[in-house]
Design a protein around this ligand. Sequence first.
Ligand code: LLP
Length: 415
Amino acid sequence: MGHFHFQSGELFVERVSATNIAEQFDTPCYVYSKATFETNYNRFKAPWRDHPHRICYSVKANSNIAILNLLARLGAGFDIVSGGELARVLQAGGDVSSVVFSGVGKQAAEMQQALDANIHCFNVESSSELELLNQLAGDAGKTANISVRINPDVDPLTHEYIATGLKENKFGVNSDQVIEVYRRAAALAHINVAGIDCHIGSQLTELSPFLNAMQETLKLVDLLSTEGIELGHINMGGGLGVRYRQENPPAIEEYAAGLLQLLGSRELELVFEPGRYIAADAGILLTRVNYLKDNHDKHFAVVDAAMNDLIRPALYQAWQQVTSVRSNSAQAREYDIVGPICESGDFLAKDRSLQLEPGDLIAVECAGAYGFVMSSNYNSRNRAAEVMVDGDQVHLIRKRETIENQLALENLLPP
Ligand code: LLP
């Protein structure tokens, strides 16, 4: 875990002990390492060398404005899927001329907002979206850059909920309709055909689906060229997996070498939308053990974080490493790590051998991507605080919610 490491039997984030962070900011708390974000971004950026490329961090993975600002300072562009994410990028000082707008259900108002901001490109997912965008761009006196997101019908070999490039998925335009959509796009007055787009899923741990998707995309690029439609970029989306347990995702160098080889001498800019690769191992969820209990021969550690804080285990049966923050001499047992929420789906981990005592702190690792952003107020729980460690400094980047924050939006009925 690099910047998350043990020192004298205790977990440190960069140069700060996790125990001190919990004392200062309370738990549950998301703790990020600034150096890890920097390392991950630079690692993703390196292998493209002088081939023209643009890295648009996928905001949905972790949209805290401090994180967006950090990535903007490193030179990242952004991949957004809503007007809310665009507002975050703007608030964080992101370069709007490197923003791409993805998503199968963009609302007219969101498209207007993106046109007003002069984003780089819309990743269009259907012909009806294309027609609407043309109309809105015309009304705004603008020309919208587009790429068409293709659905190459390639199996990404990942969890079915996060597979997006199969023909049964709602995403993209089938290969046999793509040319027709491009012909129409080329004929529309307020549309500029800029590129092609293909994102087949998330947490991919094999190289071959990426290569198959790239081949499908390049076939279309070449076909379009014979029709006189020349593209400027290929957007291969995000999806590169990380190691949560024993997965062996391709190294970024291998991924880059494979794609560049297929691209050959074609002079197209490469665009990427990595989310998990940049954010996942840059964060942990710090939580405290409230109770230890046994039901028959089953052992439970009831902690103060719950499925509302981290839903990945409940939603995708995701496995994330759980570690004690400080070693102790308690007896090792197989624990289910569960939260206070009133359903049996409320677990962070199952069957983990840990030495625990009530009051202990534990860390759920690799929680920087799709952690806080998917949290909710279920059971009227306040969403966790988020802090960013930078060397020996800790910055609060999101306050813990209060019940007043939650109640502020609600009204009683009239008497
Ligand atoms: N681009 C598009 C169009 C996407 O839909 C996504 C993710 C990404 C880029 C970024 O993919 P990444 O590099 O992070 O794999 N909540 C799930 C993951 C959902 C991913 C949705 N789309 C999870 O916790 O595993």
